[in-house]
Design a protein around this ligand. Structure first.
Ligand code: AMP
Ligand code: ZN
Length: 333
């Protein structure tokens, strides 16, 4: 097979584009897809300080690699989830990548910083392991970005991730979640801007990119993910894609163009600082603090500020029964 761009011999086939590319041209068109995503959704300004959430998987490492190559001021953030050898290997590849690129890596260990790890959360809390893991990631990414003075958080969500999430939201007609699903979530009081620059690239493309760039990444799936709903939606999408290449992209990219505008208009709820940690929330305490209190078997108390109002809140809460389902964002948010 010949490369579509240069007619040299091709090494990667992209079926949905009905095209094949040599190494150099594949890397070029992949970067161009990311640049196009960034430009058309106004994701990043050249002066922005970007915090890239890197898990050690192919997507987020490829993202960090591309953003550095494009000249962005991109630091990495690794969150240690405490999932045994899987988390240890993930930390190692992320550290090795950062060192190889002389890039800055921030690390947070969930157990050290917040007193619980993901396996414990799954056993003790009322939510699924994946739900509490997703909630913890969103919380820590936002908090670290705010505290570190970053303008934007970038994650490695790819086309397969976004199509599977949209499928899940659509199957249950979660119209608010459908309206919110976007490659860019703008900043709001206490919430840092979030972007997903890989949303135009399939999982096969990010894997080929990482491989061709010689990036060492953790291939194994999270061992706790087996049976996860998101995974089943991905498999269903792949089964359709196998028969009709391009369906996945039509589903998600078509939604962005033509579907999403029909769901907009849902009011964004008012956000208030969490009485415990100060992060933005719609309730008195944020979902993370409530989940954490439940996991640790603690009663939620407001920050010790000594204010009269705070004391009153604490008294009310002594009676509060923590709701079983704390956060309605779906299995993996
Ligand atoms: P996932 O929720 O595992 O599908 O991951 C989605 C995105 O979240 C990844 O592409 C990363 O950008 C980010 N991410 C996941 N796990 C971690 C982690 N342990 N530390 C930092 N970022 C992560
Ligand atoms: Zn909180």
């Amino acid at each position: 097979m010949k490369c579509r761009r240069c007619r040299g011999s091709a090494v990667v086939e992209v079926r949905r584009h009905n095209a094949a590319y040599c190494r150099g041209c594949f890397l070029h068109v992949t970067r161009a897809q990311v640049e196009r995503a960034i430009r058309s959704w106004a994701m990043l300004r050249p002066s922005d300080r970007v915090l890239v959430a890197v898990s050690g998987g192919k997507d987020s490492l490829a993202l960090w690699d591309i953003l550095l190559d494009l000249g962005y001021r991109a630091d990495g953030l690794y969150l240690g989830l405490g999932i045994g050898g899987y988390s240890e290997r993930s930390a190692e590849v992320v550290r090795a990548f950062a060192a190889s690129r002389s890039a800055t890596l921030r690390e947070v260990d969930l157990a050290e910083a917040y007193g619980f790890d993901v396996p414990t959360a799954g056993r003790r809390g009322s939510r699924s392991t994946c739900a509490v893991c997703g909630l913890s990631k969103r919380y820590v990414f936002n908090r670290e970005a705010l505290e570190g003075g970053y303008d934007v958080v970038a994650t490695g969500h790819n086309l397969d991730d976004e199509a599977a999430t949209l499928l899940g939201n659509t199957l249950r007609w979660q119209t608010d979640a459908i309206a919110r699903q976007s490659p860019v979530l703008p900043a709001a009081d206490g919430l840092v801007k979030k972007v997903k620059p890989l949303f135009r690239l399939s999982e096969l493309e990010t894997a080929a990119y990482a491989f061709l760039r010689g990036i060492d990444y953790v291939v194994e799936e999270c061992p706790l993910v087996a049976g996860n709903t998101q995974l089943r939606y991905k498999q269903a999408m792949n089964a359709i894609e196998a028969g009709s290449p391009g369906t996945k992209a039509q589903f998600f990219l078509g939604y962005l163009q033509r579907g999403r505008p029909r769901f907009e208009g849902a009011d964004r709820p008012e956000l208030e600082p969490c009485a415990r940690c100060g992060q933005p929330t719609t309730g008195r305490f944020c979902a993370f603090c409530r989940a954490r209190a439940q996991i640790l078997g603690e009663r939620l108390e407001p920050r010790a500020s000594g204010a009269g109002e705070d004391r009153q809140v604490a008294e009310e809460l002594a009676e509060e029964v923590l709701p079983a389902e704390l956060y309605g964002a779906g299995p993996r948010g």
